[in-house]
Design a protein around this ligand. Structure first.
Ligand code: HEC
Ligand code: HEC
Ligand code: HEC
Ligand code: HEC
Ligand code: HEC
Length: 168
């Protein structure tokens, strides 16, 4: 009896530790399995991220953008068809898909896509990796968004590293 009790305590302890480990790993889970690679041929980045040429943010697609192509079924594999069907369910409920964001700077910092994509002519993959080649939704940012990363590229490219440029 005593042994069994001890085994239970140990098992419970391990479960708690595993739970903490999993939640700390912080990998994002999207409400719907969107695959960039499946869309790279059909659509350009700006079809779904429409603001990067004019604004600070790039923007995420709305359900209406998906339904342009997904009123009917596009894919063949049963598993893919099932995932696509979720789009119609969202439309019927008149609900938006709440995508989980991976890349974000905190409120005290300023980042502009227009500045980096249009003026600095940097490619998306410099900061986001080869997302158009990925056949699973990314679970983590390709590049951790930390100050050292911003500042070291600015130094390399001889761009201002004045605190007020990024902290306004
Ligand atoms: C047909 C629509 C569509 C196209 C085209 C598309 N994306 Fe996306 N993108 C999405 C959706 C939906 C998400 C959110 C779900 C996810 O992260 O998997 C997303 C997420 C992202 C993210 C992560 C943003 C964050 O903070 O979570 C990046 C970076 C990104 N896309 C870059 C690109 C680039 C670069 C291209 C062009 C090569 C591109 N996308 C083309 C729909 C699209
Ligand atoms: C320009 C047309 C177009 C747009 C816009 C579009 N899709 Fe697709 N989608 C396709 C095509 C074509 C396929 C089939 C690709 C294949 O099977 O190779 C597909 C496949 C899919 C699949 C199932 C196949 C898989 O590989 O997962 C899902 C889920 C999906 N799309 C979700 C979305 C979502 C979410 C959006 C909006 C953010 C979106 N699509 C926008 C054309 C589009
Ligand atoms: C110099 C690095 C850099 C480049 C180049 C870059 N991004 Fe980003 N991206 C970021 C950072 C940093 C964030 C977080 C910004 C924030 O929180 O305001 C972000 C956020 C995003 C997001 C999340 C949603 C949003 O509204 O911001 C998407 C989508 C995205 N980028 C797509 C793109 C696409 C598409 C391109 C190419 C046309 C691109 N990015 C080029 C660094 C970059
Ligand atoms: C090129 C852009 C850039 C410049 C220049 C810059 N920062 Fe930052 N800083 C960031 C970003 C992005 C973050 C948020 C990400 C992070 O915490 O690493 C940040 C975070 C911080 C934080 C919060 C750190 C924390 O742990 O929460 C402090 C404090 C800070 N910066 C101070 C400064 C000071 C002081 C300077 C000038 C010497 C400076 N920064 C210059 C981009 C910049
Ligand atoms: C791969 C290189 C690279 C990375 C990474 C990068 N930047 Fe930049 N950044 C540039 C270049 C190049 C410019 C100059 C663009 C221009 O011509 O205006 C610039 C310009 C800026 C400016 C305007 C500068 C000013 O003083 O007016 C700000 C603000 C800025 N970046 C913030 C950030 C932040 C915040 C990050 C990190 C989240 C970041 N950058 C990451 C290359 C980079």
């Amino acid at each position: 009896m005593k042994r069994l009790g001890l085994a239970l305590v140990v098992a419970l302890f391990l479960i708690v530790i595993a739970g903490i480990y999993v939640s700390r790993s912080g990998a994002a889970r999207q409400p719907l399995r969107f695959i960039h690679k499946a869309h790279a041929k059909e659509a350009k980045c700006r079809a779904c991220h429409p603001y990067y040429e004019k604004q600070a943010s790039a923007g995420l697609p709305r359900l209406a953008d998906c339904l342009d192509c997904h009123e009917g079924t596009q894919s063949k594999e049963p598993e893919d068809v099932k995932e696509e069907a979720k789009l119609v369910q969202y439309a019927e409920k008149k609900a938006e898909i709440r995508w989980v964001r991976l890349y974000r700077v905190p409120g005290h910092s300023f980042f502009s896509h227009r500045r980096h994509v249009v003026l600095a002519k940097l490619e998306c993959k410099t900061c986001h990796g080869e997302i158009e080649a990925s056949d699973v939704p990314p679970r983590r940012p390709a590049q951790p968004i930390v100050m050292d990363w911003c500042v070291s590229c600015h130094r390399k490219e001889k761009i201002s590293t004045d605190c007020n440029g990024c902290h306004r």
